[in-house]
Design a protein around this ligand. Structure first.
Ligand SMILES: Cc1cc2nc3c(=O)[nH]c(=O)nc-3n(C[C@H](O)[C@H](O)[C@H](O)COP(=O)(O)OP(=O)(O)OC[C@H]3O[C@@H](n4cnc5c(N)ncnc54)[C@H](O)[C@@H]3O)c2cc1C
Length: 332
């Protein structure tokens, strides 16, 4: 390990709404934050088009544009924003150690991790091509754009069931494609979905392709038992087969749930390691919204500020104690 490590007071990893909000608060609290953006500067919202539910934008805003504004605000407050990927951490020592781009090691008094989560996709070429043009991994974010239209959703777990029900209240009809012959969702969610008059179930059904040149127009599905294919006209395609938190880096260091979401001390952004905080989708498998990610980024910076103040206080107390002991020893 490099012995000439750069020392950072407050290190933030991730440049989505959580990371940039943490940076704005940390910079204004004079924590001199350094933020590493990772391979997706701006985070998940850079792969979407219109964002209509972030407060303060009465006419809506394009996701990438909004994230440039987050970045500018964090920069204006004094955040040192850098392009780079955290590749390893060592939280066994203080200051903590974080490696960037597999070469440079940094030392940090406090670390805020905001590496987000990634939606899981089926892997179809058309999912990528039409992403933001009717293809979405977030019903709460994009359902409203398809008010009164027919849409489809893929998945059979609790999230898929919840999102199907959410869509059923906005859209005229929801076609739900389930790979197996039953839902994996909890009993209560199953009942709600099966009783919804405008959700049509397709069992043993997999999506073959999403059809449309520049926006979703239909899906071609295949029954995996009979091989029979059919095309169904829809205006949007929602995938709800799971999310993966970007937490590999933290495995073995901080407590996580079975899906890899980092556990926090309730009501805070504190992890089981004092001085390491988490914000945004990395610790949130329920809400997963830009505004909630930003809110927890604010909490993480405030938690980090209190922790760093306590460290300073302890350092001064120890110094005074040592000075007193020295004076007693020398009789001065
Ligand atoms: C298609 C789509 C549309 C959406 N639309 C909306 C919407 O309309 N409204 C809404 O509220 N929410 C929407 N969301 C959800 C919203 O984008 C997320 O809830 C939010 O972005 C989470 O913010 P975050 O800061 O936790 O993480 P993310 O936005 O996921 O950002 C994670 C950041 O961490 C960085 N990173 C990851 N690993 C590392 C590493 N090892 N080192 C350094 N950096 C790293 C990445 O580069 C990225 O910058 C949408 C999501 C998607 C996918």
């Amino acid at each position: 390990m490099d012995t000439n490590n750069e020392h950072v007071h407050c290190l933030i990893i991730g440049s989505g709404p959580a990371g940039y909000t943490a940076a704005i608060y940390a910079a204004r609290a004079n924590l001199k934050p350094v933020l590493y953006q990772g391979i997706q500067p701006g985070g998940q919202l850079t792969i979407t088009t219109e964002v209509e539910n972030y407060p303060g934008y009465p006419d809506g805003v394009q996701g990438p544009e909004m994230m440039v504004e987050f970045e500018q605000q964090a920069k204006r407050m004094g955040t040192d924003i850098r392009y780079g990927l955290a590749t390893e951490v060592d939280f066994s020592v203080r200051p903590f150690k974080v490696q960037v781009d597999e070469e440079k090691w940094l030392e940090a008094d406090a670390v805020i991790m905001a590496t987000g989560a990634s939606a899981q996709w089926l892997g179809l070429e058309s999912e990528q091509r039409l992403n933001g043009f009717g293809v979405s991994a977030c019903a709460v974010c994009d359902g409203f754009f398809f008010k009164g239209k027919e849409v489809c959703i893929i998945g059979g777990g609790d999230t898929a069931a919840e999102e199907a029900l959410y869509l059923s209240k906005i859209c005229s009809k929801v076609h739900m494609f389930v790979r197996r012959d039953e839902l994996r969702a909890s009993k209560i969610m199953q009942e709600r979905v099966l009783n919804a008059s405008n959700i049509k179930m397709y069992w043993n059904t997999e999506v073959d392709e999403i059809l449309g040149d520049d926006k979703v127009e239909a899906v071609r599905v295949k029954n995996n038992k009979t091989g029979e294919k059919q095309e169904i006209a829809v205006s949007a395609y929602f995938v709800a087969i799971g999310h993966r938190p970007n937490s590999d880096l933290l495995k073995g260091w901080v407590d996580m749930d079975e899906s890899g979401y980092v556990k926090t001390i309730p009501g805070s952004t504190k992890t089981n390691i004092e001085g390491v905080f988490v914000a945004g989708d990395l610790q949130d498998k329920i809400y997963r919204q830009a505004v909630t990610a930003a809110g927890s980024g604010c909490m993480a910076a405030l938690d980090a500020e209190r922790y760093l103040s306590m460290l300073e206080h302890l350092k001064h107390s120890n110094n005074s104690l040592q000075e007193n002991n020295q004076q007693i020893k020398t009789g001065s």
